[in-house]
Design a protein around this ligand. Structure first.
Ligand SMILES: Cc1cc2nc3c(=O)[nH]c(=O)nc-3n(C[C@H](O)[C@H](O)[C@H](O)COP(=O)(O)OP(=O)(O)OC[C@H]3O[C@@H](n4cnc5c(N)ncnc54)[C@H](O)[C@@H]3O)c2cc1C
Length: 435
């Protein structure tokens, strides 16, 4: 791996997502050697992946090179590597590029798509955890519009113009709203041979409201906004099967479609090797104590989506969103410094900053503790917060100008089939857990 030997304590971080990056940035200048490992050489800003899938942003506006973080210290290293397993008894991680011994190990591997054991969805559906997968969705949407333009078979055209999403959490809501805007503003101009009224966006949700993790107010408002955009919402509807052409549900509803997007949940992405007692099986997340130490280990920590810290307020662990990941990353930086100096560790205390989701142009919902609001103000707050947290000055600037351009021109400038979607096998190969 070509990491120099050192007398300094070595901290190995697996994963340069929100949690890993927040930690790495805080310990760069400390008296320790840090090695950051990730299977991608960039950090992905997942909250904006849906804009890449729907041609609103270029992929490089939401990706940030991880070497830009480690380059500011000679004691810090980045390696592009897939971590395959951990031998805790030897303090060693085994990776696609060799083994590495650690003094402290931090697992920040995030989550992966949860298919809840439904093989048909995994085999034929689309999902969105990575930049390449978002690009696959973008290509597929645009390719299906091209196909719909030329087909003479009305049944096939219908299937090509049906876009079905399962799961009305923030991702399903944002994605269906963005596809509806594509239909409302772009299709009439770009595809004059198509009748936009023939293009249908169906959002299926197993529970009785959209945005189940948010307040009733947010659900109601988001539901209204989606309907204004023309999204057809089917509540209490669970997908049972998708064979690549037909979505079957637990109700009478069955929809022919060539675009089926699964956005119904995630599960932890653990690494092989730790004791079974470290993992909460149902959630696939490592159980950690208040210092983020993995159950049964003193020098192995987990932060972010992969960590399940039970507290009185969060008996099932913190929500799998960016804020707990960032806050745990920053907090663990303090505790690693304490450990190295032989000081007492400090317990993590999550500060919930609220939740938000956007539905489309001028439409969003925000839950800020007692304040719940929606519409233009919520949309403005959503944009501001996402720009603020987007990593890197360049990415913020490019995204900001793209948004202004798209807003003024009712446009989505990145509607390009750069790399045609080659089918499901490619999608699965690009999946995080399968690389
Ligand atoms: C489509 C989508 C939209 C979202 N929208 C929002 C939102 O609007 N607001 C919000 O707060 N949250 C949102 N989230 C959730 C949020 O992105 C996650 O909670 C957050 O990314 C968790 O951070 P993390 O550091 O734990 O994991 P991640 O950010 O997922 O990072 C994990 C990193 O580990 C790397 N990795 C994993 N396994 C290995 C391995 N074995 N070897 C090497 N590297 C590995 C991955 O490549 C990745 O870089 C969204 C998530 C998705 C998928």
């Amino acid at each position: 791996m070509n990491i120099p030997r050192t007398d300094l304590p070595r901290v190995v971080i697996i994963g340069g997502g929100f949690a890993g990056m927040a930690l790495a940035r805080k310990i760069l200048k400390e008296d320790m050697q840090m090695v950051l490992l990730d299977r991608h050489n960039y950090h992905t800003f997942q909250p904006l992946l849906y804009q890449v899938s729907t041609s609103g942003l270029e992929p490089d506006s939401i990706a940030y090179p991880l070497r830009k973080i480690t380059r500011s210290s000679k004691k810090c290293f980045f390696r592009l590597a897939e971590v395959q397993s951990i031998s805790a008894e030897k303090n060693t991680v085994h990776t696609s590029i060799g083994d590495l011994v650690y003094d402290y190990l931090v697992i920040a591997t995030g989550s992966k798509t949860n298919f809840f054991g439904n093989d048909s969805i995994e085999e034929h559906g689309m999902w969105m955890k990575t930049v390449p997968q978002a690009l696959n969705i973008r290509s597929l949407i645009l390719e299906n519009l091209e196909q719909a333009t030329i087909t003479e078979d009305p049944e096939r055209r219908k299937a090509l113009l049906n876009f079905v999403l399962a799961g009305a959490g923030p991702t399903g809501v944002e994605l269906s709203g963005a596809i509806a805007e594509l239909r409302n503003h772009i299709v009439p101009k770009d595809y004059p041979d198509l009748n936009p009224n023939e293009m249908n966006i169906h959002l299926l949700e197993g529970l009785d409201r959209v945005l189940p993790p948010m307040s009733e107010h947010a659900s109601k408002k988001a539901h209204e906004m989606l309907e204004e955009l023309g999204v057809k919402i089917h509540l209490n509807t669970m997908v049972e099967n998708y064979d690549g052409h037909l979505v079957k549900t637990n109700t009478d509803l069955a929809i022919k479609t060539e675009t089926f997007i699964w956005s119904a949940g995630v599960t932890g992405a653990p690494v092989k090797g730790l004791n079974a007692s470290a993992l909460v099986e149902k959630a696939n997340r490592y159980e950690v104590n208040a210092f983020n130490q993995v159950n049964g280990y003193e020098n192995i920590f987990a932060i972010g989506d992969i960590a399940l810290m039970k507290t009185e307020e969060f008996p099932k662990g913190h929500p799998m969103v960016a804020q707990p990941a960032i806050q745990q990353g920053k907090h663990l930086a303090k505790n690693i410094k304490h450990l190295i100096r032989g000081e007492k560790l400090e317990a993590f205390d999550y500060f919930d900053k609220g939740t938000m989701a956007t539905v489309g142009r001028n439409r969003a919902v925000v839950d800020l503790h007692k304040w719940k609001f929606s519409g233009f103000l919520a949309w403005f707050v959503w944009m501001f917060v996402h720009l603020w947290f987007l990593v890197g000055f360049r990415n913020r600037t490019v995204t900001f100008f793209n948004w202004i351009y798209n807003y003024v021109n009712f446009d989505k400038a990145a509607r390009l089939i750069i790399r045609p979607f080659k089918g499901q096998e490619e999608n699965m190969r690009m999946d995080e857990e399968k690389v």
